[in-house]
Design a protein around this ligand. Structure first.
Ligand code: NAD
Length: 429
């Protein structure tokens, strides 16, 4: 194991899998495959900057609560840091650091000039009022004011955050610097410089790589049986686009439970039902209920985990029946489960490829913001599709040439490009 100076290494996750250790293991495997210089590996194993700030917030009751907010900046060799902000009770510094590292490889893999970062606050946003969430977000932004910026570090939505939080961040930053700075965040509302196509982008990217993988097997999306864990930004967009392309989405779950339909769920109707029921899909009339565990092991062609980390593990991997797993979420398959799936010949489309559509359109949003020229949705989707298909093809090619699984192929491309840039730039001083 590589030495890391900024990271505490205890394992706080419920499944006792330290997410940062897992991220480092993938990096080390790629480094071995690439015969990467040991010094470069040392640099890439360490986040460049780890920031934890106190966020005192006055609750609506008058009580004052102090929260911890993190922002980890992994590597800015290729460009400004880029990464989402997560509001979820399971957020830890290790998790945020692992996700920041993942972002570095993801951006390099899809060929956009960004480095990796991630932020998070360990709260359950459902337990806070809108006013409280606004105060938390604005104070968190204010504490990080010197660490973010359109050419420094550009946050985006992740689990538990959305365009609304991005608007608060943009406003807080802009008020502090004295003028409107749309480029400080992506995934913001259209009214303040957001991009058409951003909301659906991650799910669209998932749909594109699944479509390409099926085509490589001589199959099409039409009639393909798909199971999706999560019905938030990523899961619901992927579900809708796959449904529209003729796939049969037979099961979906959210944090409160799942639903199943042998003939395929009516996704527009399910979206409308969730919107009326505080995002819950339990009780959807045209389906039967299904547990979290059952969902992951259903017979299907494509499984899309689009919720949390560590969902396919050593315990349940032998029961997973899908032929293709597309990682909509970050890190939904553990290291051990990944090895078992690869040994069985299951096609695992890794997170740094499968869910990169979001950061690609974030990049397109940033480019539009910096140039003050805004595109129609068709152009955004076309540019995104080009980058996603290109990255997919490069991963397949790398996998064939080196005779390695897709995840390792994707990592070697991402890590290799960052390593090359580090070599070319050299170490300061
Ligand atoms: P979100 O908050 O919009 O949705 C998360 C969904 O997961 C919700 O439907 C929630 O109910 C569900 N969920 C929570 N616990 C669950 C459980 N135990 N079983 C089943 N479902 C559960 O989040 P999101 O933005 O869709 O992000 C989901 C994943 O995708 C995360 O890993 C995130 O890092 C990753 N991701 C998101 C984006 C993006 O653009 N939003 C981009 C890349 C990767």
């Amino acid at each position: 194991m590589i030495s890391t100076s900024l990271m505490p290494r205890e394992s706080p996750s419920p499944a006792h899998i330290c997410p940062f250790d897992q991220a480092c293991s993938y990096l080390e495997e790629a480094a071995r495959e690439l015969k990467l210089d040991q010094g470069i590996l040392e640099v890439l194993s360490n986040p460049r900057k780890v920031v934890t700030v106190s966020i005192p917030v006055k609750r609506d009751s008058g009580e004052v609560q102090v929260l911890a907010g993190h922002r980890v900046q992994h590597c800015d060799i290729l460009g400004p840091y880029k990464g989402g902000i997560r509001y979820h009770p399971a957020v830890t510094l290790q998790e945020v650091s692992a996700l920041a590292m993942l972002m570095t490889w993801k951006c390099a893999l899809v060929g956009i000039p960004y480095g990796g970062a991630k932020g998070g606050i360990a709260i359950d946003p459902k337990r806070y009022s809108v006013g409280e969430l606004e105060r938390i977000t604005r104070r968190y932004t204010s504490e990080l004011i010197k660490d973010i910026g359109p050419s420094v570090d550009i946050p985006a939505p992740d689990m538990g955050t959305s365009a609304r939080e991005m608007a608060w961040i943009m406003d807080t930053y802009s008020v502090n610097v004295g003028h409107a700075v749309p480029g400080v965040v992506t995934g913001k509302p259209l009214s303040i410089g957001g991009s058409l196509g951003r909301e659906m982008a991650t799910g669209r990217g998932v749909m594109i790589v699944v479509r390409e993988a099926l085509a490589d097997m001589g199959k099409s999306l039409v009639g393909t049986r798909v199971v999706i864990q999560g019905f938030g930004n990523v899961g619901s967009a992927a579900a809708l686009l796959l449904h529209q392309a003729g796939a049969k989405v037979i099961a979906i779950s959210t944090g409160t439970g799942g639903v199943f339909s042998e003939v395929g769920l009516d996704i527009p109707a399910l979206k409308a039902y969730a919107a009326e029921n505080h995002k819950s899909i339990v009780g959807f009339p045209q389906a039967t209920s299904i547990s979290h565990d059952q969902l992951l092991t259903l017979p299907c062609d494509v499984l899309i985990p689009a919720a949390l980390e560590n969902q396919i593990t050593e315990e349940n991997v032998s029961q997973v029946q899908a032929q293709i797993i597309a990682e909509g979420a970050n890190g939904p398959v553990t290291l051990e489960a990944n090895q078992a799936l690869e040994a069985r010949g299951v096609t695992v489309l890794p997170d740094i490829l499968a869910n990169a559509g979001g950061v690609v359109v974030s990049y397109l949003e940033w480019v539009q913001g910096l140039s003050y020229v805004f595109w129609d949705e068709e152009r955004v989707n076309r540019e995104m599709e080009k980058l996603m298909v290109q990255a997919y093809r490069q991963v397949i090619q790398q996998s064939k040439v080196r005779q390695i699984p897709l995840r390792l192929a994707a990592y070697t491309l991402g890590v290799g490009r960052v390593g090359q840039a580090l070599t070319d730039r050299g170490l300061y001083p």
